[in-house]
Design a protein around this ligand. Structure first.
Ligand SMILES: *Cc1c(COP(=O)(O)O)cnc(C)c1O
Length: 417
C-alpha cells in the first residue's frame, strides 16, 4: 500500500494502518481483494440506505448512461433532473417549492448559506450572521467548517473561518438553556440558524428531543430568522421518518439533502428552498440571480440514480424495513441496560450508539484501537472517539446485525476501563 499515490481523507498515513482494497459490494456486505467479506455497519459513511448495488438503482444508472452523461445546467435542463425535482416536491414538505442541485452535502450547505444571505440582501437588510449549535458538523469546505464545531480537525484553517453565534447543545434536562440562548441571539437579527435535526452525527451521534427541535423552529419563525435543516445525514429514513424534521412537525425554510439521495450510489445533493427565498432572487435584474454552480450540477446519471431511489421509496416496503431495523437496534440497546463499561446507550430510528467507558475525545487512543479491532473482525465500523455507533443499510439481516452487536460487546469487554 505504501507505494500508492492515493492520499486518503481523514487518514494519518504515517501510522501505516492497513487500507483494505475493496472489489465489490452487495447488500450490507463488501468484499476485499484478499477474499474477506466485510459487514458494512455504517452504510459506507452514512450514504448506503438500501444496500450496495440495489438492482433498481444500478439499472437506472446503466439506462441513463446510454442516453446522456453530462450537460451544463445553467440555462439547460434534462428529464432526470426535471422528474427528480418534481418527485422531491411530492415527498418533501409542500412549502419547499424549489430545488437547487449540487454534488455533496458540504456544497448543499454552502448553497443554503448563500441563499439565506441573498434573501436578506434582496429585502434591503444586511444580515450575515449565522447561528449554529455546539458540536455540529456541516461539512469540510471553508463555509461548512465555519458553521460547524471547531476542533483539532479544523484548527489549522481557523483564521479563514467566519465568525458565528453558537448556542449550547440541548443536553437532556438543560434544554431550556439552549432555547433561551437561541431566543437571545435571534433578537439580534441574524440571517439564519442552521442545525442538524434530532441527531448531531459527526459530533458524536448526539440525540436531542423533537420538542426542542419544534421549539427552536418556533423561536426562529417568531424572530424572522431563516431556519436551515441540514438533513444530509438524517434524511432518507435514518431517524425512522423520511426527514427527521417530520418527528417535530417542523417545516424548515431551507433543507439540505445528500448522502441517501441516490441511495448512496452516486454523489448528488439538493438544497430545497421555500418560495420566498426563490422569489428574493427572481427579477429581471441579472445582478440578483443566484450566483452558484458546480460543473456537475444535476448530473443526469446521478439524477437517474436519485429517481430510482424515489421509486424504491414509493414501491418497496422501505418504511417497514426501517421500522424493523429500528426495532432490532432498540432490542440490542435495551439488552445493554446496566452493562458494565457501557455509557449513554441510545437509539433513534436506525441509529444505535454507545460510549465505551474510558478516555474521551476524537483523538483519544481508543478510536484507532477500536477501528483495528473491528477491522480484524471483518466489520466496517468507525467509532467517533469512544462512541461506537451502528448505522447499517436498511436491508441488513439478523445474522449480520447480530455479528456487529456481538463484536461491540467484545470490544466493551476488551477496552472499557
Ligand atoms: C456528511 C455531512 C455533511 C457533508 O456532506 P459531504 O457529502 O461529505 O460533503 C454535511 N452535513 C451533515 C449533517 C453530514 O452528516
Amino acid at each position: 500500500m505504501s507505494d500508492s499515490p492515493v492520499w486518503h481523507p481523514f487518514t494519518q498515513h504515517g501510522l501505516g494502518e492497513p487500507i483494505p482494497l475493496v472489489t465489490h459490494g452487495e447488500g450490507a456486505a463488501l468484499y476485499t481483494a484478499d477474499g474477506r467479506r466485510i459487514i458494512d455497519a455504517i452504510s459506507s459513511w452514512w450514504v448506503t440506505t438500501h444496500g450496495h448495488r440495489h438492482p433498481r438503482i444500478m439499472a437506472a444508472i446503466a439506462e441513463q448512461a446510454g442516453k446522456l452523461d453530462q450537460i451544463i445546467f445553467a440555462g439547460w435542463t434534462h428529464e432526470p433532473a426535471e422528474s427528480l425535482a418534481r418527485g422531491l416536491c411530492e415527498v418533501m414538505p409542500a412549502a419547499l417549492t424549489r430545488v437547487f442541485f449540487s454534488d455533496s452535502g458540504s456544497t448543499s450547505v454552502e448553497v443554503a448559506l448563500k441563499m439565506a444571505l441573498g434573501y436578506w440582501l434582496s429585502r434591503g437588510e444586511r444580515r450575515d450572521r449565522i447561528v449554529v449549535m455546539q458540536h455540529s458538523y456541516h461539512g469540510d469546505t471553508i463555509g461548512a467548517m465555519s458553521v460547524g464545531a471547531r476542533g483539532v480537525f479544523n484548527q489549522a484553517y481557523e483564521p479563514l473561518l467566519f465568525d458565528v453565534a453558537t448556542i449550547p447543545f440541548p443536553v437532556a434536562g438543560a434544554e431550556q438553556r439552549t432555547l433561551d440562548a437561541l431566543e437571545v441571539v435571534c433578537r439580534t437579527g441574524p440571517a439564519a440558524f442552521i442545525v442538524e435535526p434530532l441527531v448531531l452525527g459527526a459530533g458524536g451521534m448526539l440525540f436531542y428531543s423533537s420538542t426542542v427541535l419544534a421549539e427552536m423552529r418556533r423561536i426562529c419563525a417568531h424572530h424572522n430568522v431563516l431556519f436551515i435543516a441540514d438533513e444530509v445525514m438524517t434524511g432518507w429514513g435514518r431517524t425512522g421518518t423520511l426527514l427527521a424534521c417530520e418527528q417535530a412537525d417542523v417545516v424548515p425554510d431551507i433543507v439540505c439533502l445528500s448522502k441517501g439521495l441516490t441511495g448512496g450510489a452516486l454523489p448528488l445533493a439538493v438544497t430545497m428552498a421555500s418560495e420566498p427565498i426563490f422569489q428574493a432572487h427572481y427579477a429581471t435584474d441579472r445582478a440578483r440571480m443566484f450566483f452558484h454552480s458546480s460543473s456537475y450540477t444535476a448530473n443526469p446519471i446521478a439524477c437517474a440514480a436519485a429517481n430510482a431511489n424515489l421509486a424504491i421509496w414509493r414501491d418497496e416496503p422501505v418504511r417497514e424495513r426501517i421500522a424493523d431495523l429500528a426495532r432490532r437496534q432498540q432490542g440490542w440497546i435495551d439488552s445493554l441496560a446496566g452493562q458494565r463499561g457501557v455509557r449513554g446507550a441510545r437509539v433513534l430510528g436506525t441509529i444505535a450508539a454507545i460510549e465505551i467507558e474510558g478516555e474521551d475525545g476524537y483523538l483519544s487512543d481508543l478510536g484507532p484501537r477500536l477501528l483495528g479491532f473491528f477491522r480484524e473482525r471483518d466489520l466496517l465500523l468507525r467509532p467517533l472517539g469512544n462512541t461506537v455507533y451502528v448505522m447499517p443499510p436498511y436491508c441488513i439481516d439478523d445474522a449480520d446485525l447480530g455479528a456487529i452487536h456481538a463484536a461491540i460487546a467484545q470490544a466493551v469487554e476488551a477496552f472499557s476501563s
